[in-house]
Every structure is written in C-alpha cells, then in structure tokens.
Design a protein around this ligand. Structure first.
Ligand code: ASP
Ligand code: MG
Length: 408
C-alpha cells in the first residue's frame, strides 16, 4: 500500500462528465489498496468568472473578501467530486483549506503556506476514505480565508504530499507531460520522461506554464517526486525529480522562451558607486520585476545600463527611467518592446563546455542578431528580435538533437 496525492486541474473537472471520469480514475487507485488524497482546482473558467464578477462591481475589491469569493470555486469541485466518488461506491470526504488547517500568512491573493494540520486527513484515510481537498486556499492565524495565487492548487498538492509523506504527487492536467519545447513552435518537440527540479524551475519560470513555479520550488525543497500527466490519455507523463547519478542525460534538456519581454537602456550614466542601485531601486519600488541586467564597461567615466522587464511594465518603466535620467544627469533612455528571450536549459551544461559557442554559431547561421546574453550554471539565455523567435527555437532544437523520432 502506498500513499499518493493526485491533483486535477480545472479542465480535468470542467463538467459533470469529466468529474465522473476523474472519480473513476481515483476509485481505481483506491481499489488497488492505496491511500489517496485528491486536490482539485475550480472548474475551468470559474476563477476568471468570479474575478470578473467582482471586477464588474468595483475596481479594487477588498482583498480579504476577494479570497472569500475565489475560494468558492474549489469548494464546489470538492463537493461534486466527493459525491461522484460516493455514487461509484468509493467512500470520500471533502475538505476546505480551513478544515484541513492549511495555515498561511495573511498576504491575501498570494499567501504562503506556513504549516498543514494532518489530523483531519489522517483520520479520513484511516477510515478507508479518499480525502478530497480544495486546492488554492488556506486560512491565516485569525481564521480568515486566504488564496495562494493563480495556479495555486499545484502548491497545495505538493505541500500536502510533503507533509503527509506521500510516495509521489501526480499532477493531472490537459497536457501529457513536459516537452523539450513548445510543440506549437516546433512540432518535433519530444515529451521528456524525466527532468530535474532545477531544470523544471528554469523551464517553468521561462514560460512553460505547466506548473506553478512555487509548487516546483516546494517539491525540490522537500524532495517530493512530482509527475505531470494527462487526465485524458494514457501514459506516464514526465517525472520531476532529483538528478540521479546513474542517469544518462542529454546535455540539453529543453528550450524555453518568453515572448513577454521588453528591454530598456539608459546611456551615459556616471560610473560611480551607488548608480546601479539608483536605477534599479525606483523600478523595483514600483513593483516592476527586472530580469536580465547588463552594465557595460565604462570608457569615458560613464557607462550604459540595460535591463529587461515584462512587456506590460514597459511604458511605466520607460517613464521611471526618464526621471532617473534627469536625476543622474545621464544622456539618453531608449528601449524596445519587440524582443523575446530564448534559453537553453540543461544540467549537462555544468560538466560540458562549448554549449554557448555552439548556440551562438547556430543563431549566427540563421542570421539572427543577439542583443543580450545571460548565463547561469544550467541555462544560457539570449534576447533576440521577436520576429526571429520561431526560427531560433527550431534551429536550436535541431542542432542540439532534441527531437523525438517522427511519429509514423
Ligand atoms: N483556481 C485557481 C486558478 O484558476 C487555482 C488553480 O486552479 O490552481 O488559478
Ligand atoms: Mg493549473
């Protein structure tokens, strides 16, 4: 007998028929003698619908009440799924975040889990029932309802798996695993059998939106093996786990990209201590996240400073940079919001040289100009013109031999 956490996303529980087939899947695992904890999202579209309801009423809804509202989505699915399981003769009990005692901090709409009570679920499992838990929600110390941020049910599932020492956490979704790159851009993209937590974090933060990033961080920290797989088709999905020394790994695991980028440059800033902080500080203070940063070597006592932000923040960042330009007596502000970031990701990079030069060769042979470069131990990212995105991803996918065998 093993203990598993199964998480089903919004599309997997999108209507009554789908809830029934989820119930059948859960019943099957339960009848094999396993202890099953199921975490569910709200039915697809429901969280957006509720958000729009509040939005139609007022521009800035009260954050506490917003969480009370949004948490109802998941409360609907736990009840429906538990009923469906009962109807199949599989005993089940539903739990809200508060009933489980998923204790969080008080940051409404993006709360962090501090601790999880085990008694309620342990009792449920002990009595032979399936525990059906609402994802995405918790309570703070005062007992007020909180939510964990969009996609937060993934984090609920991983946190429960860690706390209850489950053997594995299965994330059932509408894709059959994690791919070497987006198959819509490169049709030969291959589903990976496994990927390390570190690689998955890079892939996820770069825009492969299969899992909430926080869930992957959590899983890595507590070493919870995670499996992403499809609710709608057979297959083992992709296992996300620690690097296994015996594993024969490809040098490069995947190519991630992000279309939501923009870059800004401030030229001719004095090359003095404190200048970087005077540029980045006001940007960060306005809740604009900065990604890549490049500062050039100064040749005439001034230097140029370039960084990237999310495209939605571009105009706000330009305006802030204009103010900074005046206060620093810098020369010029310029920017470009038609750029993208493309990254090669792979733990194999740690022990191999020459990956960057090969990447640059490939892009050069496609006639693609690189505007910015940044690297980490397991990632090389370049910023290029958005019009070259598809060509870059395809050429890199081919040159690093990431393709699967053609499907006959
Ligand atoms: N229902 C929430 C959302 O749509 C949480 C989740 O599905 O994970 O973001
Ligand atoms: Mg999701």
């Amino acid at each position: 007998m093993a203990r598993y956490v199964f998480k089903f996303g919004g599309t997997s529980v999108g209507d009554a028929k789908r809830i029934k087939s989820v119930a059948e899947k859960v019943k099957q695992a339960h009848s094999e003698g396993h202890e099953i904890i199921v975490v569910v999202s709200a039915m697809s579209g429901e969280t957006n619908r509720l958000t729009a309801l509040a939005g139609g009423l007022l521009v800035k809804p009260n954050p506490r009440e917003m969480d009370v509202l949004l948490s109802t989505g998941e409360q609907v699915t736990i009840a429906l799924l538990s009923m469906a399981l009962g109807a199949l003769g599989c005993p089940a009990e539903s739990f809200t975040g508060g009933q489980v005692e998923i204790l969080t901090d008080s940051v409404h709409s993006k709360a962090r889990i501090k601790d999880i009570g085990v008694a309620a679920i342990q009792n449920c499992l002990k009595s032979g029932k399936v525990a059906v838990v609402a994802g995405f929600q918790g309570v703070n110390e005062q007992g007020h309802i909180t939510t964990l941020g969009r996609g937060g049910s993934d984090t609920t599932a991983v946190a429960l798996a860690a706390k209850l020492k489950a053997s594995e956490c299965y994330i059932y979704t509408d894709v059959d695993g994690v791919y070497t790159t987006d198959p819509r851009v490169e049709p030969t993209a291959r589903k990976m059998d496994s990927i390390t937590f570190e690689e998955m974090l890079e892939m996820a933060s770069l825009g492969s939106k299969v899992l909430q990033i926080r869930a992957v961080e959590f899983a890595g920290k507590y070493n919870v093996p995670l499996r992403v797989l499809s609710t709608f088709s057979e297959g083992n999905g992709t296992l996300i786990t620690y690097e296994d020394d015996g594993m024969e790994r490809a040098l490069i695991s995947g190519i991630a990209f992000n279309r939501d980028e923009a870059k800004l440059t401030i030229n001719g800033v004095p090359d003095l201590p404190g200048v970087a902080s005077k540029i980045v500080g006001p940007i960060a203070a306005n809740n604009i996240e900065i990604d890549m940063i490049i500062q050039n070597i100064a040749d005439d006592e001034t230097t140029d400073f370039t960084f990237t932000v999310h495209r939605n923040d571009y105009h706000k960042a330009v305006a802030l940079l204009e103010e900074i330009k005046t206060s620093l007596s810098a020369k010029k502000v310029s920017g470009d919001d038609t750029i993208v970031k493309v990254s090669l990701v792979g733990v194999g990079m740690r022990s191999h040289s020459g990956i960057a030069s090969k990447m640059f060769d490939v892009l050069a042979s496609e006639g693609i100009n690189i505007k910015m470069i940044s690297t980490s131990e397991i990632k090389i990212s370049v910023v290029i013109d958005e019009k070259h995105l598809e060509a870059a991803v395809r050429a890199l996918h081919k040159s690093f031999e990431l393709a699967g065998r053609p499907v006959l």
